[in-house]
Design a protein around this ligand. Structure first.
Ligand code: G1P
Ligand code: ZN
Length: 546
């Protein structure tokens, strides 16, 4: 039976430019008539060649996830897509979606998420397309989506008479000429984790040690229940906030010390578990905490690289490491020691895709609590937690003991990021542009006992396809190995967010064992002197310090 395809005419929306990870806006914007549909049309047009294809669809379960899924399915059918695999309830964590695309050899997938941004009717929503390698669409593709979105005159969607898909019923259903398979969102992903890590060893460790995982009322709740509780035998007390909520319990589902308050308090208590961890809205970020010690994500990447051969999935060694430019250079030091390549890419996971596909790197990381490997093409929160858990089980050491040994061997990169959120856009641009104009003067300038060896606006040439990305953040690199980096966020939805990244290298550790903010005090003052964020924005303090 042919189901009628409707052409809905609609003028373009001018604000559909995807940022660091897809199109992100307030739910209220996405829920305006035709707003989501017009962007989905731009995705389908930009990707092209979708007739007869199979794609994946799923999201982090935030408010509007179900409504959006229904619209996208009706549009997919209207575009001649043969089949869509959908996570039950419209749910797929971002790494699980990446895995599904790869395991099942799909054309690509649509992920509904605004990651760590707050949810609920007044919160944020987001949508992005992942390509056939399971990774975020490259810039050329997102740029094409934006261009197309500016000239669209309407979109194609199946008529209401096509009926509705029951998102909660596992199995195959029909929508017009398209089949929709509702799949268990957890199973394939959990199986992948069993192939990478030593589950027996971790199960044993959990018999004598405690861990605490905070799912922040977000998508990893059911993943943690299956993997940590069911397959690894972690106790019920090991899981915190593991019931997903469409508004994340009114919290900011971002795993950092500022937003995972309860976890931090528990990890600083006298009876703290041996391992604490948290993941974000869509399950791709992670934070690792030991008793009274938060691990900086930059250090985490370095530790995983240095110890990878202890983990079954990486026992043969790693090929190379990549980190985003603002991420500390701790992983570079490890790579040099291991004699493997290291890469510095712009912010955003999409820049790791080519390096992973080409087999040049195995591990990747970002300072923004993102860590991952070539097992998928997204960062992966639970994967990082399991990596640390398996490392504790393999070594029998505590988190602080592992860090101590690491810093003694490789030196320590004191690191912090200061965010100034919802800054007036003009002011924020003025701050960044002024600094850009002053770069030639700053180059070579001495001060505070150090010299600025490099002052530039980071430009990246992809070593695999040669594509160039300009203006990826201003960096000042000092003669003593320290760095100051400034960039504007590409994921915010209100005003502008300025991110200031501070790094200081201390080769002889043990000499200096300070709280990062104390160790970096000098750099914090120098940054204000050189860049003047507080002076120009009128803010007394950063909003978030990680
Ligand atoms: C932020 C992080 C970046 C990460 C992105 C998506 O982007 O800084 O590392 O890839 O979220 O999780 P930003 O807001 O800085 O553009
Ligand atoms: Zn995320």
């Amino acid at each position: 039976m042919a189901t009628p395809v409707q052409r809905i005419n609609c003028p373009p929306f001018t604000d559909q430019r995807p940022g660091t990870s897809g199109l992100r806006k307030k739910v209220t914007r996405f829920a305006e008539p035709h707003y989501l549909a017009m962007f989905v049309q731009a995705i389908f047009d930009a990707v092209g060649d979708l007739k007869g294809a199979t794609i994946a669809l799923g999201g982090d379960g935030r408010y509007y996830n179900r409504e959006a899924s229904a619209i996208i399915l009706r549009m997919a059918a209207a575009h001649g897509i043969a089949k869509v695999l959908v996570g039950k309830g419209g749910i797929l964590s971002t790494p699980a979606a990446s895995n599904l695309i790869r395991q099942r050899g799909l054309k690509g997938g649509i992920i509904l998420s605004a990651s760590h941004n707050p949810g609920g009717p007044d919160g944020d929503f987001g949508i992005k397309y992942n390509a056939t390698n399971g990774g975020p669409a490259p810039e050329s593709l997102t740029e094409a989506m934006f261009k197309l979105s500016q000239t669209l005159t309407g979109y194609d969607i199946l008529d209401d008479s096509a009926g509705k898909i029951d998102l909660d019923r596992i199995g195959t259903q029909q929508l017009g000429g398209m089949s929709v398979e509702i799949v268990d969102p957890v199973a394939d992903y959990a199986d992948l984790m069993e192939r990478l890590f030593d589950f027996d060893r971790m199960r044993n460790w959990l018999k004598g040690n405690r861990m605490l995982f905070d799912a922040m009322h977000a998508v990893t709740g059911p993943y943690a229940e299956e993997i940590l509780a069911k397959r690894l035998g972690a106790s019920a007390q090991s899981l915190l906030n593991f019931v997903p909520k469409t508004d994340f319990g009114n919290h900011h589902p971002d795993p950092n010390p500022a937003h995972a308050e309860e976890l931090m308090a528990r990890m600083w208590a006298a009876d703290a578990p041996a391992l604490g961890a948290a993941s974000d809205g869509d399950g791709d970020r992670n934070m690792i905490v030991g008793a009274k010690l938060a691990i900086s994500p930059s250090d985490s990447l370095a530790v995983l690289a240095a110890n990878a051969t202890l983990i079954p999935g990486y026992a043969k060694g790693i090929k190379g490491v990549a980190r985003s430019m603002p991420t500390s250079r701790a992983a570079d030091v490890v790579a040099a020691e291991l004699g493997i390549e290291s890469f510095e890419t712009p912010t955003g996971w999409k820049f790791f895709g080519n390096l992973l596909d080409a087999g040049r790197v195995t591990l990747c990381g970002e300072e923004s609590y993102g860590t991952g490997s070539d097992h998928v093409r997204e960062k992966d929160g639970l994967w990082a937690v399991l990596f640390w858990l398996d490392l504790l089980a393999a070594t029998g050491k505590s988190v602080p003991a592992i860090m101590d040994a690491h810093w003694r061997r490789f030196g320590r990169h004191y690191y912090s990021r200061h965010d100034y959120e919802a800054v007036d856009s003009d002011r924020a641009n003025e701050i960044v542009n002024t600094l850009r104009q002053r770069l030639p003067d700053l180059q070579g300038r001495a001060g505070n006992g150090r010299r600025i060896e490099l002052a530039d606006d980071f430009r990246y040439q992809d070593p695999i396809d040669g594509s160039i990305s300009e203006h990826q953040g201003v960096r000042l690199v000092f003669s003593d190995g320290g760095r100051l980096v400034l960039r504007l966020s590409g994921t915010g939805t209100e005003g502008a967010t300025l991110r200031l990244y501070l790094e200081r290298f201390e080769p002889k550790t043990g000499v200096l064992d300070l709280e990062p903010q104390v160790a970096l005090a000098d750099f914090i003052n120098l940054a204000e002197e050189l860049i003047g964020i507080k002076r120009v924005s009128g803010r007394a303090q950063p909003d978030v310090v990680t």
